[in-house]
Design a protein. Structure first.
Length: 551
């Protein structure tokens, strides 16, 4: 089917090109000034001279179409009826003024200044066929008016032979007019009048159908300029052979494609799996050799596999480093656990001793000593209870008040503490004994006895999802305290320990900030706001009397 379509396209294109060349040749000659002058006033020129000039013009036009396979045949009639041809006529040339007048009348009636004649008479000597395809046009000049008639002809037999030379299409090609008259038909073809009627009634420029009687596939194309139908026939057996041939080509192509695909897949799979097998064996050896293994995937591995091997090596290094770190931490935990056991040896003895001292002080009416024992017992019990790290803010302030009562007696009321805690954060969880080192830092380093009574403010408030704790004093500030003589080393251990505890408990959400000015210092702690309200308020005694060991 495709080959038949190519044949039809070849014939149609060749025919329309030949017609275009004829029309172009007519345009070129009708614009030649010397030819116009001769044909308009032929009597002003010698007959032999004008014949020679006009024939040379025709010859030059044919030479300009040298690469075209079919020759154009020119026949001109000037204004006086003289005839000029580019070929040898089969009869003597005579004055054809009547023919000129007849064509003038005929072309003036039509809508176009030219006309194609598909069955024009053949006056060419020794040429094939008895009909020509001719283009008739009046030669007209805007200044001089009409000065002649031009006929440019194509020998259909010659065109057909040169166009389809050595082509199978020449055996089954038929050309007929829109009126059903045959223009060109192979003697062996089975194409008949019924086929012509079918195509004419279809009124399509191009189409095809199957002739069940002749067992052929018919393909036709309509040439509108000439009112011609160009028809090509192909036997169905030949069409089936072509289908079988195409099917065989497709099967062969698919077979080759499958083989190539399998080979490429095998090659890629081998290239991929070989480094992966090396990686797998290395991973299996990692457990046997106690992680003492390194992977080398080789140069043939892909970037992904090489990256996987490098990642595995880094993972092994990280695992070894983590194991060493865990061993070191485990040893440190053993040391800390041992020290905690030493520190917790018989804590009840210490608490009972404090109770004894407290009751002796009360018996001797020493209320200050009894108060110190009670406060110290509360702090000591909180320190010994290592299982609890977070306590309510309310309990933390109780411990801070116990610490305050001891320090007031020590420093003879050189400072005053003010507590400003919002009711909503009373049960917010804070690290145990987190405020005590801040207050201690204010008492020990923040005040100068010569500058009057100091004030320490403890504030607690809610800011969004955070709990903000502040301990502020009106002391001499950090810079003056650092420059004071007799300052003991190690004063910042409490703050460092508190900062480390915040980091361990809350990671990046816990923050300790020191703000120092010319008058006083403020230490601000920011924690996540965690509210843990108790089931009841009973039993919240933090004094020595509530401890195990007697009353």
């Amino acid at each position: 089917m495709e080959r038949m379509s190519e044949r039809m396209q070849q014939v149609h294109t060749s025919l329309t090109d030949m017609m275009a060349f004829a029309y172009k040749a007519n345009t070129m000659l009708s614009q030649d000034e010397s030819l116009i002058q001769i044909m308009h006033d032929p009597d002003n020129y010698d007959p032999l001279h004008r014949k020679k000039v006009i024939e040379s013009k025709m010859f030059g036009i044919n030479n300009s179409f040298f690469f075209h396979q079919t020759e154009l045949y020119f026949r001109f009639i000037d204004r006086k009826g003289h005839v000029y041809t580019s070929y040898a006529p089969n009869a003597q040339l005579t004055n054809d003024l009547a023919e000129l007048q007849a064509w003038q009348d005929r072309l003036q009636v039509g809508a176009r200044p030219y006309r194609w004649v598909a069955d024009d008479w053949n006056d060419i000597k020794d040429s094939q066929g008895d009909k020509l395809l001719s283009l008739y046009t009046l030669l007209d000049d805007q200044l001089r008016g009409k000065y002649g008639l031009a006929r440019i002809s194509i020998n259909i037999q010659e065109w057909f032979r040169s166009t389809l030379k050595d082509s199978p299409a020449s055996r089954d090609l038929t050309i007929f007019t829109g009126e059903g008259e045959s223009v060109l038909q192979n003697a062996d073809t089975s194409f008949g009048p019924s086929n012509m009627d079918r195509m004419i009634s279809a009124r399509e420029k191009e189409g095809h159908y199957t002739d069940s009687k002749a067992l052929t596939m018919v393909h036709y194309s309509y040439v509108e300029e000439l009112d011609w139908y160009v028809v090509s026939q192909m036997p169905l057996s030949e069409l089936q052979q072509e289908v079988q041939r195409l099917r065989l080509i497709v099967y062969l192509f698919l077979g080759v494609l499958v083989v190539v695909f399998v080979l490429v897949t095998f090659f890629l799979a081998t290239r991929m799996t070989k480094p992966l097998n090396v990686l797998k064996r290395s991973m299996e050896e990692a457990s046997d050799k106690k992680l003492n293994v390194k992977i080398s995937v080789g140069t043939g591995a892909t970037d992904e596999v090489r990256s996987l091997g490098e990642s595995f090596n880094r993972m092994i290094d990280d695992v070894i480093e983590l194991i060493d770190r865990l061993k070191q931490e485990e040893r440190q935990k053993q040391v800390v656990r041992f020290q905690m056991l030493l520190f917790q040896m018989n804590p009840h003895f210490l608490l009972n001793t404090l109770n004894t001292v407290k009751w002796m002080a009360r018996k001797e009416k020493q209320s200050a000593i009894a108060g110190i024992c009670t406060s110290l017992g509360s702090i000591l019990e909180a320190c010994l209870n290592s299982d609890i790290e977070l306590i309510a803010l309310k309990e933390e302030i109780k411990l801070l008040r116990s610490y305050e009562s001891i320090q007031v007696l020590r420093f003879r009321e050189q400072f005053t503490m003010v507590y400003e805690a919002e009711e909503a954060v009373q049960y917010a969880l804070v690290p145990k004994l987190s405020l005590q080192p801040l207050v201690e830092n204010c008492i020990v380093h923040g005040f100068d006895a010569s500058e009057g009574r100091g004030i320490i403010r403890v504030r607690a408030r809610e800011e969004g999802n955070e709990l903000v704790l502040e301990v502020a004093d009106n002391g001499i500030g950090i810079e003056k305290a650092a420059a004071r003589p007799g300052r003991r080393s190690g004063h910042g251990i409490g703050l460092s320990n508190l900062r480390e505890r915040l980091q361990l408990l809350f990671k990046r959400e816990g923050n300790l900030e020191i703000i120092s000015g010319e008058q006083g210092t403020t230490v601000r702690i920011r924690l996540p706001l965690l509210i843990a309200a108790p089931y009841s308020e009973k039993g919240d005694s933090g004094h020595v009397d509530g401890f195990a060991g007697g009353r």
